[in-house]
Design a protein around this ligand. Structure first.
Ligand SMILES: [Zn+2]
Ligand SMILES: [Zn+2]
Length: 260
């Protein structure tokens, strides 16, 4: 059984699926991808997102504001705590720092990131962290504000081994997406080789980043199998082993999902 630890089911292009999300969930199930975590990006779409995922017992949700959406407003503590209490919500995020696409909101991004980490300490829910071109600031904020007893994940990881190691020291897991299957991702595959399998999660980040050999198609949770196969190839494991270990990792981190 595979878990897609990070996707955006409320943002999929369903035109090839008769506008039926059920058909996407069924396609995933037919490839043994039987659970998924639908990650929030902004506050505005959150009620719709939760309504969407509540139709499916095997789909969990998070609450948070993506660093590239902070200009629309950053969440109050009360907002995060209220949604975190929802039985469907198992994590905070995605939050973090993205200096690649946005330099002008750096201060807001930091403030928002810290609020999510404080809410994590309050709620004991782990944090889903997005980080791009912001290695030093991400690690320094995690060191100051993250609760290592709760932990979290650096999602869609594209940074170096040094950063992975520093995050693992803070009880963070490392999640790899379809990017590891890309032809030019040799350096990242080297990081996959170095990160212990017990600290790895797999994700699609659908609808973005469709893995090889489905490039050009809209991404869906079913393609997390291709990510798992790539991890298996790099580590010399069977895909069944990668499925089992990454599922256990998911349940250890997102223990509110495991308890269901
Ligand atoms: Zn992200
Ligand atoms: Zn995402």
């Amino acid at each position: 059984m595979f878990v897609d630890s990070h996707c955006h089911l409320d943002r999929l292009d369903l035109s090839a699926r008769n506008n039926e999300l059920t058909s996407v969930i069924d396609a995933a199930a037919s490839r043994d991808v039987s659970r998924m975590l639908c990650v929030a990006i902004d506050m505005e779409q959150l009620p719709y997102m939760l309504q969407t995922v509540k139709r499916f017992d095997n789909v969990y949700a998070s609450v948070g504001v993506h660093p590239l959406h902070v200009a629309d407003g950053i969440p109050e503590r009360a907002f995060l705590l209220e949604y975190a209490a929802d039985p469907k919500v198992v994590a905070l995020g995605e939050t973090g720092l993205d200096y690649f696409y946005s330099q002008d909101t750096v201060e807001l991004q930091k403030e928002s990131f810290i609020r999510h980490l404080q809410a994590s300490a309050d709620t004991r829910l782990p944090v889903i962290v997005h980080t791009r071109d912001a290695r030093e600031d991400t690690i320094s904020i995690l060191r100051q504000h993250a609760d290592p007893e709760v932990g979290g994940v650096l999602h869609c990881f594209t940074e170096n081994w040094e950063m992975a190691r520093q995050a693992m020291d803070l009880n963070y897991m490392i999640s790899f997406s379809g990017i590891i299957t890309f032809r030019n991702a040799e350096a990242l595959r080297e990081v996959v080789r170095q990160v212990p399998i017990e600290s790895i999660l797999i994700e699609t980040d659908a609808p973005y980043l469709t893995p090889v050999p489905f490039r050009g198609k809209p991404n869906e949770p079913q393609y997390v199998v291709e990510v798992a196969q790539c991890v298996a190839d790099i580590k010399g494991l069977r895909i069944e082993e990668v499925a089992e270990i990454t599922t256990n990792n998911f349940d250890r981190l997102f223990n509110k999902a495991a308890a269901k």
